[in-house]
Design a protein around this ligand. Structure first.
Ligand code: PHE
Length: 355
């Protein structure tokens, strides 16, 4: 067999072998079989040394052509195989879009947080600042400077959790108001609300919790009257219980305000006709308020002859229980999703808003 025939033979054999290749591995092996160090093409080139110069030239050219031919054939098949492999992979990975999706549970804003957020937004829109303070408080700020000295009977109104003689869990966020007045060195006007947790030595039952939330408001300025207080609380009542609400003041007593009032809102369920919620009276007690006692102003460095102010305090749980007719305060703290998820519906699904 002369060299040309050998080359032709190799080509024909390659053609047959290529047809039998089924995977990349086989193709790589075939490449080595032809073009590797001990491959057919290399083997063939060893014949070179026995040839004349003329023959060498022609043979060299044919060998190069053979090498290119083999390479081309192999890389052509390689591309085909890669394509087929990719198609197979895509086929294997195809997803069934008719399968039901995994259910993701999305969190909702807790009803108490929602009420606090709404009240904060309302007061921010009226130019108030939101101020927070510590829950572990000094007696000085929780009682003393609020005109409730040691031995004052009003201390019994708020059964307190004392940590030692001086330190207690705050019973009211009024302590933040005292701190704000003291910190205000220029003794300039103040307009704040203070939301937060407060603590009382109560046995937990359907209407009592040793821990609950309050929002207290304080305005101190030169010309502040009971009228301003009433107007402000009317806006708050409407925001909480609806546009048609009215409020009324009833005389009351708090040591830190004089005069003091309990504030009732006209019943949002029966519109004042009398129902189970308002216990037939048409009115529901919602908060306490009053004009800041001169002793409190004085104690916090404000001259009561120049300055006056009003303050109010509202229990967040109480508002939520009334608004959503929740019979047991403990529902707020057990984090039962079946309870909490209802508020997403009540708020028209907007309670996912980020704050
Ligand atoms: N701090 C009072 C309470 O916890 C509420 C209140 C605040 C009353 C401000 C009047 C003025 O009961």
């Amino acid at each position: 067999m002369n060299t040309n025939e050998k080359i032709e033979n190799l080509k024909n054999e390659l053609e047959v072998k290529l047809k039998n290749v089924t995977c990349m591995k086989e193709l790589t092996d075939l490449k080595v079989e032809y073009l590797g160090k001990k491959g057919y093409v290399t083997e063939l080139s060893s014949l070179m040394k026995d040839l004349s110069v003329e023959e060498k030239k022609a043979f060299g050219k044919s060998l190069n052509e053979l090498r290119n031919y083999v390479e081309e054939k192999i890389s052509f098949l390689k591309e085909k195989l890669e394509e087929a492999e990719l198609n197979m992979k895509l086929e294997r990975e195809s997803i069934d879009i008719t399968l039901p999706a995994t259910k993701l549970s999305v969190g909702i804003t807790h009803p108490l947080t929602k009420i606090i957020n709404d009240i904060e937004d309302l007061f921010i829109s009226m130019g108030y600042d939101v101020v927070e303070g510590p829950e572990v408080e000094n007696d000085l700020y929780n009682f003393e400077l609020l005109n409730v000295p040691v031995g004052h009977p009003a201390r019994d109104m708020q059964d307190s959790l004392f940590i030692n003689e001086e330190i207690l869990m705050r019973t009211q966020t009024s302590s933040v108001q005292v701190r704000t007045m003291l910190q205000n060195k220029e003794k300039s006007p103040i307009r704040i609300i203070c939301p937060g947790k407060v603590y009382r030595k109560d046995d937990d039952d359907a209407t009592h919790s040793h821990e609950f939330h309050q929002i207290e408001g304080l305005v101190v300025d030169k010309d502040v009257s009971m009228n301003h207080l009433k107007g402000t609380l009317e806006i708050l009542a409407k925001k909480m219980f609806g546009e048609n609400r009215e409020i009324r003041f009833r005389p009351s007593y708090f040591p830190f305000t004089e005069p003091s009032v309990e504030v009732d809102v006209s019943c949002f369920k029966c519109n004042g006709e009398g129902c189970n919620i308002c216990k037939g009276t048409g009115w529901i007690e919602v908060l306490g308020a009053g004009m800041v006692h001169p002793n409190v102003l004085k104690g916090c460095g404000y001259d009561p002859k120049k300055y006056m102010g009003y303050a109010f305090g509202v229990g967040v749980e109480r508002i939520a229980m009334l608004k959503y007719e929740i019979p047991d305060i403990r529902e707020f703290y057990t984090n039962d999703m079946r309870f909490l998820e209802q508020f997403n519906v009540i708020e028209g699904g907007d309670s996912n808003e980020s704050k």
